[in-house]
Write a protein that binds this ligand. Sequence first.
Ligand SMILES: N[C@@H](CCC(=O)N[C@@H](CS)C(=O)NCC(=O)O)C(=O)O
Length: 223
Amino acid sequence: MTLPILYSFRRCPYAMRARLALLASGIEYEHREVVLRDKPADMLVASPKGTVPVLVLPNGQVIDQSLDIMLWALRRNNPNGWLENEEDALNMIVQCDGDFKFHLDRYKYPNRYDGANVVEHRAKAAVFADVVNVKLQNTPQNYYTFNSCLGIYYAGYMPFLRQFSNTDKVWFAAQPWPDLQAQLATFEASKAFTTIMQTYAPWQAGAEAVIVNSAKYSFFPIF
Ligand SMILES: N[C@@H](CCC(=O)N[C@@H](CS)C(=O)NCC(=O)O)C(=O)O
């Protein structure tokens, strides 16, 4: 049987959210781990822009934006109810991918951006963290325990907030965001996150296929 193929990179937050949604969907796929400085020719043929994640479907269709991969998977199969509050979730993901990511990159990698002021960019990125913290405060507690990873809503941007928190853990822990800090800890400890962070050898043409979400490599349900 021909399966969808996901080109992915373990530490890429965009690829993380695609893998989370694919895991939640239970859709079986072939995982191809990519080394960013040595991208496989097959991936570049499918998507010349050269970013991960890229999903190649058996009919040849290529989905090369992480959010589109999430929506493709969850609209096809959504046994964990990950599309609840979809409109609000998408609005939050747009904020994450826009201003927040812009300032996160400059906070995290100031050397890559001429004249980037770390403290200024951290303060601007913190605006989104604050919004998420308020949202979490207003979310009924049982929602967390019912669905420990909270669906596309949080899978869409938790990998990015995780990068933000890891850039300076001491500073992050000192911020007045108890709900966000707790939710990030829950996210990192979740079965879903540990599953999608498992390591794979870089893919090479001709290598044995790594199948994800099959009984052999994964488990279902995930929460
Ligand atoms: N808008 C894209 C962004 C993906 C992206 O920028 N991925 C990074 C890795 S985190 C990448 O592949 N960069 C190319 C490179 O570093 O060569 C998406 O949502 O999928």
